[in-house]
Structure formats: structure tokens, C-alpha cells
Design a protein around this ligand. Structure first.
Ligand SMILES: C=C(O[C@@H]1C=C(C(=O)O)C=C[C@H]1O)C(=O)O
Length: 98
């Protein structure tokens, strides 16, 4: 991110220039990671929509609970309890509220 944008950011809270530089650099990396995560979520939404439309067009239901349990378990095993909450949010983004 250019230096002009850095000035508009929230303060780092650091007490030294060295720490502030480190924090600003790491924040740039986090912003870049967040952009990639958002892009992956949007890609997941599009793939999920293809599956849901195919199932509905074939006469089935939008939601498949056994598959959702598998997805929730995958995230819980990788990330613990907050992983379950994250997966629930992802499922809501992908198939709406049930
Ligand atoms: C994508 C599917 O359809 C729905 C959406 C899911 C998802 O986004 O992971 C999982 C199960 C279904 O409720 C699927 O059945 O795989």
C-alpha cells in the first residue's frame, strides 16, 4: 500500500518507529491475505450456486444437511470451535439462511 494510504489508517499503537514499521508492513500482508480470502469465498459461492441450481433443477432441495455436517466437521477439525462458526457463516453466504 502506498505511504499516502498508510497515513489514513488507524494508528498502530506502537511506541517506536521500528515497531510501527513492522506493524504497517504486516498490516499490508493482512490486507492482501484478506483480499485473497474474500476472492476465494466469492469463488466458493459461485461453485456452491452451481451445485444448488443443478440439484433444484433436478427436482431436489437446495440444502443438503449431511454434506453441511461434513463441511462443518472439516472446519472444526482444522480450526476448533471457532471453525464451526466460520463454516456456518460460509454456508449462509453460499446458500442463504435456512
Ligand atoms: C454445495 C452444496 O449445496 C449446499 C451448499 C453447501 C456448501 O456451500 O458447502 C453444502 C451443502 C448444501 O446445503 C452441496 O450439496 O455440495
Amino acid at each position: 500500500m502506498p505511504a499516502t494510504d498508510t497515513a489514513a489508517r488507524p494508528d498502530t499503537g506502537a511506541r517506536t518507529d521500528e515497531a510501527a514499521d513492522l506493524i504497517n508492513g504486516a498490516r499490508d500482508r493482512i490486507d492482501s491475505l484478506d483480499d485473497r480470502i474474500i476472492g476465494l469465498i466469492q469463488e466458493r459461492m459461485a461453485v456452491s450456486a452451481v451445485i444448488q441450481e443443478a440439484r433444484i433443477t433436478s427436482g431436489g432441495r437446495r440444502v443438503n444437511l449431511s454434506r453441511e455436517m461434513e463441511v462443518l466437521g472439516h472446519y472444526r477439525e482444522a480450526l476448533g470451535r471457532p471453525g464451526t462458526a466460520l463454516a456456518m457463516t460460509l454456508l449462509e453466504l453460499c446458500r442463504g439462511r435456512v
